[in-house]
Ligand binder design. Structure first.
Ligand code: NAD
Length: 263
């Protein structure tokens, strides 16, 4: 029996690094993405860096489409049993409530919350049938735990953190664990639009981080790989920030409130 990992948004920066790390502990990793061109390039890159072991399976799918997700699950079931599902695909455009339309609100909730439910539902039977430590890891965001703009995305990510707990509580009896990660700022294509508006944005946000830097893609991926591993075999229902301390607090705020230069 082949044990698979399924990574949505697998052609993106964080998704491909998660896929690369999970390849070490799974027979194959299914890269799911809606962007066919990007998927082709990423698949070729991952295959060549793993020495052409045919460890990666590219699957084009719009995960907001329930029928497409069911078809995807059917195709994947022909390749093996899903041990790990990583709900990683996500994106945001509308920065504030004022800029939001009904359509943009619904689209962000659809991609960042509803699609993860669809994927979990579609792969749940395969996860239940997996005898080897099945688990789900949801890629949420610091935005799901604090207010950093992008309200629909943030509401969806907060919902995703709660979905994490729901899956953990209801499916624990099948041996399925479910956890989330909440990354802070990571330099990926997701920031391109904001960088176009403000080329200094990634430097400016650093001041709010206790570590005075943003998050590495590899650190998000290694946390996902840890949560999916046997080492985390008794961890379920948690959301682990990978945020260089952002959610702990901000030095400029501490400096102002404590009236102390030591922050
Ligand atoms: N980059 C950050 O600062 C940051 C911070 C916190 C959380 N995150 C989260 O990390 C995850 C990955 O983001 P990233 O920064 O790697 O972005 P990215 O844009 O590089 O990757 C996202 C991928 O998802 C795919 N995708 C989008 N809509 C899809 C759909 N409907 N169906 C299938 N695939 C779809 C895109 O084609 C893309 O390849 C997202 O959930 C994002 O919210 C990112």
């Amino acid at each position: 029996m082949a044990y698979l990992a399924v990574v949505t948004g697998g052609a993106g920066a964080i998704g491909q690094e998660i896929a690369a790390q999970l390849a070490a502990t799974h027979d194959a990793v299914v890269l799911v993405d809606v962007d066919a061109e990007k998927l082709k390039t990423t698949h070729a890159k991952l295959e060549s860096s793993s020495g052409g072991q045919q460890k990666f399976i590219p699957e084009i799918c719009n995960i907001t489409d329930p029928t497409a997700v069911k078809d995807l699950a059917r195709r994947v079931s022909e390749r093996g049993t899903v041990r790990t599902l990583v709900n990683n695909a996500g994106a945001t455009n509308a920065g504030s409530l004022h800029e939001m339309t009904v359509e943009s609100w619904k689209a962000e909730i659809d991609l960042n919350l509803n699609a993860s439910f669809l994927c979990f539902q579609a792969f749940s039977e395969s996860l239940k049938a997996c005898p080897a430590s099945p688990s789900v890891v949801n890629v949420a965001s610091a935005n799901g735990l604090g207010m950093f703009g992008n309200p629909a995305y943030s509401a969806a990510k907060a919902g995703l953190i709660h979905l994490t707990r729901s899956i953990a509580v209801e499916y624990g009896r099948f041996g399925i664990r479910c956890n989330a990660v909440a990354p802070g700022t990571v330099k990926t294509a997701a920031w391109e639009q904001k960088i176009q508006t403000n080329p200094k944005v990634l430097d400016e946000v650093k001041q709010w981080y206790p570590m005075q830097r943003i998050v590495e893609v590899s650190h998000v991926a290694s946390t996902v790989a840890f949560l999916a591993s046997e080492q985390a075999g008794s961890i379920t229902g948690v959301c682990l920030p990978v945020d260089c301390g952002l959610l702990a607090g901000s030095p400029p705020l501490a400096r102002a409130f404590a009236v102390s230069e030591y922050y």
